[in-house]
Every structure is written in C-alpha cells, then in structure tokens.
Design a protein around this ligand. Structure first.
Ligand SMILES: Nc1ncnc2c1ncn2[C@@H]1O[C@H](COP(=O)(O)OP(=O)(O)O)[C@@H](O)[C@H]1O
Ligand SMILES: [Mg+2]
Length: 375
C-alpha cells in the first residue's frame, strides 16, 4: 500500500512541484492550503507523514503542528516543517512544536524525497518495535459453529509462536473445545479446573499449572474436551482475571471463542485489541456475518478492530470471489481462505495443524499472511 503524505502549503506552485515528485515516487498525496484544512484532513484519515509550511494564512504552521500532535492517531506521525524562515529560533520553535525535521526553502524535490524516506523508514521500524513489545489480545469468533474458527485460531497462534512471539492460546469453551486436540495434545488440567478457583485468586502460579506447552513455544489454556455436567461456565470476572494475568506474561494472547454472545464471550470481546469474525464463504453465513457486524457495532465495539475472515470450507465448482463476498457483506473481507479439505483432514489425523506441515501450500501461505494482518 502506498504511503500517504499530507502536504500543507499555501503556495500552489510548490504544491504542484512537490506533489508531482511524490506522486512519481509512488506516494499518495493529499494537499491542504491552510491549517484548519490540514487538521480536518489529518483527522479524517491519518497520513503516514506530514509536510507543513510555517507561514500559512490564519493559523501558522507551529500552531498546526502543536494541534496535530494532540490528535489521537497523529501523535507519532512524522512531521517535516518546511519554511522560508531559516533562523535557528524558528527551527527550535518548530522542534518544540513537535516537528521531526525542519527544511529551509528552497528545497529540491530530491532532497525532500530523501528526508521523507528516512523518516518513514524510521517510523515504520518504531511501529514494529512497539507492536512487538506490547501485549496484544486477538479474539476469534465464528458467525456460527463449524465454520473453521478454531482451525484459524490454532494456526495463527502457532505461527505467532514460531515467529518468536510469547504467545498463549486460550480455548474459551467451557462446554467443550478442541484446540489442544487439533495440536495433538492431551489436556490434563483445563479451563474448567482453573475456574473452580475464585477469579481474584488467579495468579501467575495458578495459571502456570493450567497451561499446556507445545514444542513451538506456544502455550495453551485448554478447554475440557466435553461439556461438563457440573460446569457453572466461566464468569466475566474469570475472563478478566485470566486475560490480565496472561497479558503480563505473553505479548500475544489469542482467544478462541464460541459463536455466541454470552457474558463470557462479551468480556473477552471487550478486552480484545482485534477481533477476527470468521464466516463461511456462502450467502447464508455472510448474511449472518452482516448481522454480527451490526450487533458488535451496536454493543459499542469499534468497527475498525473487527476483521472479517471468510473460509471457503465447503468448496464447489463456482466459489464466490472476495469481491462478491464484499458486495454481499457491504464491507471489506480481510482474507478469503481457500478450500483445503484434504490438508485439514490430514492435519487433524496427525495432530499437526497446517501451519506446521511445511509444505508451502496455498492454505499455509494464506495463514501466514493472515497472521501478519491480524497481529
Ligand atoms: N479451509 C478449509 N477447507 C476445508 N475444511 C476446513 C477448512 N478450515 C477448516 N476446515 C474444517 O472445518 C471443520 C470445522 O472446523 P473448526 O475449526 O472446528 O470450526 P469451528 O471452530 O468454527 O467450529 C473441521 O473439520 C476443519 O478441519
Ligand atoms: Mg471451534
């Protein structure tokens, strides 16, 4: 995806020459002629970098810069100040207002491009570091049972662990869950045993006893394999306690949820940084996905954290394309996962999920790609 640059200047000649140079270099350019216009455009859709003139009509560039720095989503966007004012005091005022770089006019497009590249590379690296250091909760929920939700959660968790992330997978199915079985593991202690303890007594030591290690480094909090007659379910307080303990220890916490909106799933969804809403690639399931999206939105879940993942689980000779699914759904589909029944069958038979098969198949590539998108 092309980087978006917001170019703020009241000089039409400069806007044209710089705009053209950026455009040729493959950047997307948005221009603004004054401060209020720049603030509006930055808020609408945060750019990847901002070039800001100082002498603007009305609000000057220093003030625009200060205000940009206070806007959420813009805090870390690189800002280059561009001005005819070349005195040291002006530069210092610019840096104090939050600029990352300061160029004095006239500036050649070549020099500008070089500075932009340097700053974008640095900010991309910084975002990457931040992403890896922070703990992050990713919840998987199906629009109905049997669409392939657990398969995705298990594979994404394994790929994250193999990439060196400290990853934990929670199989939040008190009524019976099969994530551990998909990995060829036999759970001893399970979620059900853990929630016998009061929520406020769940600490590191207790949790540790219930986590099942996998050779990739992934750890699983497994569900019981069957519904338990004596089960009282998992309370929202338990979900909260488990998540808050795990996010202190792991930087990737992946939760496999049942396809229902109980207090338990709701607690997990509310804590999630990102939600993968999994659906089958057929018209009925897509209809269900639409209703789920509405429901989540009505419940106050921010739309931008929900990623729809469609799986062509059923196959057939005329599968829907991603575009067709998006038209039916009325929004973007983050990934369309290929029909791969043999591979799934083999994975289940061997207790070795697709991500561990190392055959470099379409499905495996798609799962790697999906992990990148979601984490
Ligand atoms: N891409 C796929 N192609 C074909 N079958 C799939 C695919 N992904 C998953 N499956 C199969 O679909 C079934 C349901 O998967 P599962 O992950 O248990 O779904 P859920 O968690 O939504 O109930 C399993 O038999 C699984 O092997
Ligand atoms: Mg499942």
């Amino acid at each position: 995806m092309a980087y978006r640059i917001l170019l703020v200047d009241d000089d039409p000649v400069l806007l044209k020459t710089l705009g053209l140079a950026f455009h040729r270099a493959g950047y997307e350019v948005v221009v603004a002629l004054d401060g209020p216009d720049a603030l509006r455009k930055a808020e609408e859709k945060p750019p990847d970098l901002i070039i800001l003139d100082i002498m603007l009509p009305g609000m000057d560039g220093f003030e625009v810069c200060r205000r940009l720095r206070q806007m959420s989503g813009i805090e870390h966007v690189p800002i280059i100040m561009l001005s005819a004012l070349g005195r040291v005091e002006d530069k210092l005022t610019g840096f104090a207002a939050g600029a990352d770089d300061y160029l004095v006019k006239p500036v050649t497009p070549q020099e500008m491009l070089t500075r932009v590249q340097v700053l974008l590379t640095r900010s991309a690296r910084w975002m990457e570091v931040k992403r890896h250091a922070q703990s992050y909760i990713l919840a998987f929920i199906g629009v109905k049972g049997g669409v392939g939700t657990t398969t995705l959660a298990v594979n994404v968790a394994l790929i994250a662990a193999r990439n060196g992330q400290r990853t934990v997978l929670i199989d939040l199915h008190p009524e019976g869950g099969l994530a551990a079985v998909q990995m060829g593991q036999v759970p001893r202690a399970t979620l059900e045993d853990l929630v016998q303890h009061p929520a406020d007594s769940i600490d590191e030591k207790l949790l540790e006893k219930h986590l099942l290690p996998h050779r990739t480094g992934l750890r699983i909090l497994p569900a019981p394999l069957m519904p338990q007659k004596t089960s009282n379910g998992v309370s929202p307080q338990h979900v909260q306690a488990i998540l808050s303990q795990l996010t202190q220890r792991a930087n990737r916490v992946i939760v496999d949820l049942p396809a229902l909106l109980s207090p338990m799933t709701w607690a997990a969804l509310q804590h999630a940084d990102r939600i993968a809403l999994v659906t089958e690639a057929d018209s009925i399931a897509i209809g269900a996905a639409r209703r789920w999206l509405e429901l989540l939105e009505a419940e106050g879940i921010v739309r931008s954290i929900v990623y729809v993942v469609a799986i062509n689980r059923i196959g057939g000779t005329t599968p829907y394309t991603k575009l067709q699914l998006e038209e039916m759904l009325g929004c973007e589909v983050a990934a369309l996962i290929a029909h791969a029944p043999e591979q799934c069958l083999l994975a289940n038979k061997n207790g070795a999920p697709v991500a561990l098969q190392k055959r470099d198949t379409v499905l495996e590539q798609q799962l790697r790609e999906l992990t990148k998108t979601l984490l």
